[in-house]
Design a binder for this molecule. Structure first.
Ligand SMILES: C[C@@](CO)(OP(=O)(O)O)[C@H](O)COP(=O)(O)OP(=O)(O)OC[C@H]1O[C@@H](n2ccc(N)nc2=O)[C@H](O)[C@@H]1O
Ligand SMILES: Nc1ncnc2c1ncn2[C@@H]1O[C@H](COP(=O)(O)OP(=O)(O)O)[C@@H](O)[C@H]1O
Length: 307
C-alpha cells in the first residue's frame, strides 16, 4: 500500500455575531464572549510530504484571486500554517517535512480569521498526512496554543468562545443565514484594534452572552439576528478606519437586516433575508469608495474538512 503523499483541507472564514470584550487581562489578552459563525468563504490548504526536509519544517506557496491580499501573506516560518505543522510535528514520531500550498479566498488581515483558518486546516491536513493519532481534544489544545481564533475553524457552524475566545461551546441553530461582506483596501492589526479598544473603553465590564442573540439563533430568525449583531471592537476599528462608518450606513440604507464590523475589521458584514437580497445589497455597496470588493456567502457551514 502506498503512503498518502498529499492532503487538501477546505476551511471556512468566520464572522463574529457578538464580540463582547472585557477588561485587559494580566497576560496581554482580553476576556471575550465571542460568537463565531462559519461562512461559505473558504481557503484550501494542501500539504504534501517533503522527505528531504527535517520533520515539521515547511516550504510555502500561495495563490488566490486578490494579489494585494496575497502580498500580505508571509511565506516563511511565520505563516500560521507553517507554525501549525511545526507544532503538530513535535507530537508525532511519524512527521515529515512538508510543502504547504495555500489557496486564499479569505481576506487577509480582514477580521475573518483567514490565518487562523489556515492554521486549523494545516493541523487537520498534517494529522491526516502523518496519521498522527493525536486525539481531537489535543488538536483543539494545540490550535489554542497557535492563536485564540484557531480552535473555531476546526468545529465550524456556530459556537460561543469564552476565555480569550478559545474555549468553545457549540450553539446549534436551524436554517441558513445569507451574508454580504464588504472588503476594504488594506488590513487592520488585531493587536492595534484591541489597544485602541483599551484607550476608548478603560472601564470595560465583564463580557456576557446576549440573550436576544441566543434567542434569534435558536429560532433561526434572520430579522431578530440582524438587530442583535454587536461588536465591542467596532468603535475601535472605526476610530482607526473612519471611512468604514459610511460603508455600514450604506448597507443599512440599502435594507440590510444588520450591519457590523467583522471582528477586528476592516471587513464589514451585512445580513440579508435571502441569497437574492444579498446579491442586491452587494450591488449597492460595490460603488462606494471605501468598499474595495464584495463577497456573498451563507452560514453556518462545517469546519475544516479533508477533500
Ligand atoms: C478579534 C478576533 C475576534 O474573533 O479575531 P480577528 O477579528 O482579528 O480575526 C480574535 O479575538 C483575535 O484572535 P487571534 O487573531 O487568534 O488573536 P491572537 O493571535 O490570539 O492574539 C493577537 C493579539 O490580539 C490581542 N488579543 C487577542 C485575543 C484576545 N482575546 N484578546 C486580545 O487582546 C492581543 O493583543 C494579542 O497579542
Ligand atoms: N496563512 C495566513 N494567511 C493570512 N495571513 C497570515 C497567515 N499566516 C500569518 N498571517 C499574518 O497574519 C496577519 C493576520 O491575518 P488574518 O488571519 O488574515 O487576519 P485577521 O486576524 O484580521 O482575521 C496577516 O497580516 C499576516 O501577516
Amino acid at each position: 500500500m502506498n503512503a498518502t503523499t498529499s492532503v487538501t483541507v477546505r476551511v471556512p472564514a468566520k464572522v463574529n455575531l457578538q464580540l463582547a470584550v472585557g477588561p485587559a487581562r494580566g497576560d496581554g489578552y482580553h476576556g471575550l464572549v465571542n460568537v463565531f459563525h462559519a461562512v461559505s468563504l473558504f481557503d484550501e490548504v494542501t500539504v504534501s510530504a517533503r522527505t528531504d526536509l527535517p520533520p515539521g519544517q515547511a516550504v510555502l506557496s500561495a495563490d488566490g484571486e486578490r494579489p494585494d491580499h496575497l502580498a500580505r501573506v508571509p511565506l516563511d516560518e511565520g505563516n500560521l500554517a507553517a507554525r501549525a505543522a511545526a507544532l503538530l510535528a513535535r507530537h508525532t514520531p511519524r512527521a515529515t517535512g512538508v510543502h504547504i500550498h495555500l489557496r486564499k479566498a479569505i481576506p487577509v488581515a480582514g477580521g475573518m480569521a483567514g490565518g487562523s483558518a489556515d492554521a486549523a486546516a494545516a493541523l487537520v491536513a498534517c494529522d491526516a498526512l502523518w496519521d498522527s493519532g493525536v486525539p481531537r481534544e489535543q488538536l483543539l489544545e494545540l490550535a489554542a496554543d497557535l492563536g485564540s481564533d484557531v480552535p473555531f475553524p476546526l468545529l465550524g457552524h456556530t459556537a460561543v468562545g469564552t476565555g480569550r475566545g478559545e474555549l468553545l461551546t457549540p450553539l446549534p441553530t436551524p436554517g441558513t443565514f445569507h451574508w454580504v461582506f464588504a472588503l476594504a483596501e488594506g488590513g487592520l492589526s488585531t493587536a492595534a484594534v484591541f489597544a485602541e479598544y483599551d484607550r476608548l473603553r478603560p472601564d470595560a465590564p465583564e463580557p456576557r452572552l446576549d440573550h436576544d442573540l441566543a434567542a434569534a439563533l435558536a429560532a433561526g430568525d434572520p430579522r431578530r439576528l440582524g438587530t442583535a449583531l454587536t461588536n465591542d471592537l467596532q468603535p475601535a476599528a472605526l476610530s482607526l478606519r473612519p471611512g468604514l462608518a459610511s460603508v455600514l450606513d450604506a448597507g443599512r440604507a440599502a435594507g440590510a437586516l444588520g450591519a457590523v464590523v467583522s471582528g477586528s475589521g476592516p471587513t464589514c458584514a451585512f445580513l440579508a433575508g435571502s441569497a437574492e437580497h444579498a446579491r442586491g445589497l452587494a450591488a449597492a455597496l460595490r460603488g462606494l469608495d471605501e468598499c474595495a470588493d464584495t463577497v456573498t456567502a451563507h452560514g453556518p457551514v462545517p469546519g475544516a474538512t479533508v477533500l
